[in-house]
Design a protein around this ligand. Structure first.
Ligand code: ADP
Length: 166
């Protein structure tokens, strides 16, 4: 199947900086379809279901995992599911590299942030890169289930289905 669904979180820094609309517009312009959306202030359990210890700690270390769990709960996130052709890979491409310093101009992290890993580590904070997007198909399935019930996701047609997808 080329049509995929992927989980996006606009993290508290994106919500509080007022970039929700601008970021959603980028995805809409690319023809991606929003099939579910809600604002959630995560509790610790949901934060741990999303940033799983066995995924983050081996790659980033325990210190980063702890600041990340705190950071994602600094305020509400806007959670949504996008659907489209190879949506998982396309959305990651539009999001850009994890470190805003390295993220290319034209990507969300490259256009709306600039900080480095070194700066975040020195401050003892998570890196505020505005947005989370599922990394692969297995993560997308797990993460969509963390934030949405099946009833909260919708199937409908858009004009993009006519002009972009079909
Ligand atoms: P991504 O969000 O690009 O998939 P990861 O899953 O590796 O990246 O990391 C999750 C989040 O943890 C990142 O988006 C970032 O906010 C934070 N993070 C990762 N590495 C560091 C680090 N060295 N220092 C501070 N925060 C980090």
């Amino acid at each position: 199947m080329t049509i995929e669904r992927t989980l996006v979180l606009l993290k508290p820094d994106a919500v509080q900086r007022g970039f929700m609309g601008e970021i959603i517009t980028r995805f809409e312009r690319a023809g991606l379809k929003m099939v579910g959306c809600k604002m959630v202030w995560a509790d610790e359990e949901r934060a741990k279901q999303h940033y799983r210890e066995e995924d983050i700690v081996p790659r980033r270390g325990e210190k980063v995992w702890n600041v990340l769990l705190k950071g994602i709960r600094e305020g509400p996130v806007l959670a949504f599911v996008l659907e489209g052709v190879h949506a998982i890979e396309i959305v990651r491409k539009m999001v850009g590299a994890t470190e805003p310093k390295a993220a290319a101009p034209g990507t969300i992290r490259g256009d709306y942030a600039h900080v480095s890993f070194a700066h975040a580590d020195a401050k003892g904070t998570h890196i505020k890169n505005l947005i989370h997007a599922s990394a692969n198909a297995a993560d997308a399935a797990t993460e969509i289930a963390v934030w949405f019930t099946p009833e909260e996701l919708h199937s409908y047609r858009t004009v993009h289905d006519v002009h972009v997808v079909e």
